[in-house]
Design a protein around this ligand. Structure first.
Ligand SMILES: Nc1nc2c(ncn2[C@@H]2O[C@H](COP(=O)(O)OP(=O)(O)OP(=O)(O)O)[C@@H](O)[C@H]2O)c(=O)[nH]1
Ligand SMILES: [Mg+2]
Length: 262
């Protein structure tokens, strides 16, 4: 005999919340589902450096779905911290600028102390979409893996400049050679990490080279991972502020130095 299912109203559509086979409960806002409690156990970590004009809308966008947002203000000289608090984030501050890797490690450690079960790393510059996080958490639940990595090359990019594309493809090749991981996108800041895995990851690269270091640790610690398609938007703002070619060479230098000093 078929089970009786109760319908709950979602903002977008109706669906059956008490069907334990369903996977889209994560998207339900009703008090019964509440994302199966997953939303409460998910903590966003945003490393932010001089992002005063966008951080508010990024935090508000996340908090329309997920309550826990940590912004690590990485020694900004503008109003990034004030804007983040106003938008409802928990603010952690580096008194001096250390770099995105250091800021993420600070935020991850903080989230673990707050009993986070899932940690989402998310950029401050408005390039990521919070809706992608829903599908990443779904995928993590379905596959029971340690890490879910966003891939713009399985998903979509808007206005990706040619030179940036070239650098990203070179980084993919570098990661394949150095770690053996067959990934389609190696420098995507959108990730979901299970707490147990996050406790084992330790980023020493303070700057942008942390992205490669993160993947090296996944490989070395034999963590399970999957890639999920996501969208990365190259807005006028992010293009003006994003990584320059010279910085990519610095990243490569950081990685080589790390390798030879181990
Ligand atoms: N550039 C830079 N970003 C930092 C720093 N500390 C934290 N961040 C944050 O790290 C995130 C990513 O920085 P981006 O410079 O946009 O790097 P990216 O997204 O890999 O590069 P693009 O694809 O060119 O945008 C942003 O949210 C920054 O605010 C820092 O010291 N320098
Ligand atoms: Mg960016």
């Amino acid at each position: 005999m078929p089970r009786k299912l109760t319908l709950h109203r979602n903002r977008k559509n109706d669906f059956r919340c008490d069907d334990d086979k369903r996977t889209d409960w994560l998207h339900c806002f009703c008090s019964k589902c509440n994302g199966g409690g997953i939303r409460q156990r998910t903590w966003f970590v945003i490393a932010a450096y001089n992002e005063e004009s966008v951080i508010r809308s990024v935090v508000l966008g996340i908090r329309s779905k997920y309550p826990n947002v940590i912004v690590v203000d990485d020694g900004s000289t503008d109003r990034t911290g004030v804007e983040a608090i106003d938008a409802g984030a928990i603010l952690v501050t580096h008194p001096i600028n250390l770099g995105q890797g250091a800021a993420l490690q600070t935020g991850i450690t903080f989230a673990l102390r707050r009993q986070a079960q899932y940690i989402v790393t998310f950029d401050a510059d408005g390039q990521h979409s919070v809706d992608d996080v829903d599908s990443m958490l779904d995928a993590m639940a379905a596959q029971n893996c340690d890490v879910v990595l966003g891939s713009r090359f399985c998903g979509t990019t808007e206005n990706l400049p040619r030179m940036r594309l070239f650098i990203l493809k070179a980084a993919i090749l570098f990661t394949r050679l150095s770690t053996g991981l067959k990934l389609t996108d190696t420098h995507n800041g959108l990730r979901v990490i299970k707490a147990e895995a996050a406790r084992r990851i330790n980023l020493h690269q303070n700057g942008m080279a942390h992205a490669s270091e993160f993947l090296e640790q996944i490989a070395r610690l034999h963590m399970s991972y999957i890639e999920v398609p996501v969208t990365i938007r190259y807005t006028e703002y992010s293009l003006r502020k994003g990584q320059k070619l010279s910085n990519s060479l610095n990243i490569l230098m950081d990685l080589f130095v790390e390798r030879f000093t181990k």
